[in-house]
Design a protein around this ligand. Structure first.
Ligand code: SF4
Length: 397
């Protein structure tokens, strides 16, 4: 009998995929990330919880619902339908209107002929391959090429994230421009600054993904074209948006994300975010307490900004409040308080108490925040004493 052949260990990427599938639930398909989610993830690189859940493809909205803390943000069905209708209008005629707007706003000669390669069908990897080929051919062709919904990929903390911009235009000089179609209006030449900012951050993610895919990353332009409805009509208007700053910030933040395998390796044995309990066909959802314990085993970095960007925000806010964490007061306050991480420690510092509530860095003379709090508390007391004396004087008089 021949000796048994030695088992070849699976490559690390396969092991990681298996581990992430276990965390998500072996029968649960991964919840895809989009550029909006990636921009939000990059905005909070210190949150290991979000990095792991997004990396594992966990549906955070479903998880939040199962824990009794559903998110209340996101686009309504009406907004989705309106967005699709507007995009269809912009794409009509093989993208003629889109190219007209681009040439007009970026000062280009009007396009005479445009190639619109078919990039549809197949899985994400296949579509990324087609997009890469189409980009290479477009750059070589020396003409105009319009790619509708190309598929891009970006490595985020060791996991691939598939991204699909609305459109990408390759110009005769080989320059590659991202085009974002949004349904919020531009009224009298200006739009909601918060929405433009979110669109710019999203476009910056596409720019980074294109740079990773294109053979010559220098060809990817850092000015994107934003197309929105004009005034209160359904007619499109376009504005070039400089996203250099957003690209630099997103690149830096994504590089700071802890790799998903490191976070997964530190989890307690048996941790799972699978909403369905194993082998129990009768119970639709795992008990909230079990899911909360699993979520609580990964460190979060809550900030009030999470409320507009992450499906788990209500859960994380409640957790931070219960712990008395100063993060609930905002990143600015958190930064100012230095080594004081809880409200209890802040109050103890202000009142000059040191009964153990102050952390290691919060003792006298070690943390300038403690000195500043004591000075502020003394000034407040002086002011209160003075106003009390004045009120007493008025009453006596
Ligand atoms: S809500 Fe929670 S999980 Fe989401 S980014 Fe904020 S801290 Fe992280």
């Amino acid at each position: 009998m021949p000796p048994p052949r030695p088992q070849t260990p699976p490559p690390p990427a396969t092991e990681l995929r298996q581990r992430l599938a276990e965390l998500r639930g072996p029968t649960t398909p991964p919840h895809p990330l989009d550029a909006r989610a990636l921009a939000a993830l990059a905005a909070n690189p210190g949150c290991r919880r979000r990095a792991l859940l997004d990396g594992a493809g966990v549906d955070k909205a479903a998880l939040a619902r199962a824990m009794g803390a559903p998110a209340t943000f996101g686009q309504s069905q009406f907004a989705f339908a309106r967005g699709h209708a507007f995009e269809a209008r912009v794409r009509a005629g093989g993208g003629a209107e889109l190219l007209r707007l681009l040439c007009e706003r970026l000062g280009e000669e009007p396009a005479v002929e445009t190639a619109v390669p078919d990039l549809s069908g197949g899985g994400p990897q296949e579509r990324v391959g087609r997009t890469r080929l189409a980009l290479e051919e477009a750059v070589k062709s020396g003409g105009w090429t319009l790619l509708f919904h190309p598929m891009l990929v970006l490595d985020v903390a060791g996991s691939p994230v598939w991204l699909e911009p609305d459109a990408v235009v390759v110009r005769p000089d080989g320059g590659i421009t991202v085009v974002e179609v949004k349904s919020f209006p531009v009224v009298d030449g200006s739009a909601d600054a918060a929405k433009v900012g979110a669109a710019a951050r999203q476009a910056a993610v596409y720019v980074l993904a294109l740079e990773a895919l294109a053979a010559a990353p220098g060809l990817v332009r850092h000015t994107v074209l934003l197309i929105c409805p004009r005034d209160f009509s359904n007619l499109p208007t376009a504005e070039p948006v400089d996203v250099r700053k957003q690209v630099a910030v997103t690149r830096r933040q994504l590089a700071r994300l802890t790799r998903v395998e490191e976070i997964a390796a530190a989890l307690p044995e048996g941790t799972t975010f699978d909403l369905r309990p194993a082998g129990d066909g009768g119970t639709p959802t795992r008990p909230a307490a079990e899911l909360e314990a699993a979520v609580g085993s990964v460190r979060a970095a809550y900030a009030p900004d999470c409320l507009a960007a992450c499906e788990l925000a209500f859960h994380c806010r409640a957790e931070a409040r219960t712990a008395g964490a100063v993060q609930t007061l905002g990143r600015g306050v958190r930064g100012e308080l230095g080594g004081l991480t809880t409200v209890e420690a802040v109050l103890a510092a202000a009142l000059g108490e040191d009964d153990g509530a102050l952390g290691e860095g919060g003792r006298d003379g070690e943390d300038p925040a403690v000195e500043a709090l004591r000075r502020a508390a003394a000034l407040r007391n002086e002011a209160l004493t003075a106003s009390g004396a004045a009120a007493g004087g008025v009453l006596c008089g």
